[in-house]
Design a protein around this ligand. Structure first.
Ligand code: DQA
Length: 139
């Protein structure tokens, strides 16, 4: 099984970005944990990060025929990124929405996910474990 992990905007700043909210782990730390979990589960995993919505749309398009599943932390685009929603629906690869934080327990605008309805499921609130649980869900 081949899984693509896509991290959205500002997640490249993990480690220094609001550590009281997002924790002290850097994106490299997160990707290392994901790679280790993938190896244990026998899943081939690639991780990418993009700050622009268009780049994420391009990554979703390019995933066709290459990946069996996508784990997407769309970050703030989650809440208003209609182009992402349409791309997930168009590409048709099972996609799991993940978040480090429990978006429902934060500011009201984070309670809306425009991508959730076209995703296979959502895992939020468990830090890096949200990604690891999503990998397990695919297996
Ligand atoms: C996030 C939650 C989003 O609301 C926020 O914009 C992010 C990160 C998370 O992983 O908790 O950038 O997706």
């Amino acid at each position: 099984m081949n899984v693509l992990v896509i991290h959205g905007p500002n997640l490249d700043l993990l480690g220094t970005r609001e550590p009281e909210v997002y924790g002290a782990q850097t994106l490299a730390d997160v990707d290392r944990r994901i790679a280790e979990e993938g190896a244990q589960l026998g899943v081939r995993v690639d991780c990418v990060q993009h700050n622009s919505e268009g780049a994420i749309v391009d990554a979703l398009h390019a995933a066709r025929g290459r990946y069996d599943g996508i784990i997407l932390n769309a970050a703030a685009y989650t809440h208003y990124g209609y182009a992402l929603r349409d791309a997930i629906a168009a590409v048709g690869i099972p996609t799991i929405e993940v978040h480090l934080t429990n978006t429902l327990a934060r500011e009201p605008f984070r309670a809306t996910s425009v991508i959730g309805p076209v995703c296979r499921g959502t895992i939020a609130g468990f830090g890096v474990d949200s990604y690891l649980l999503a990998l397990r869900a695919f297996v």
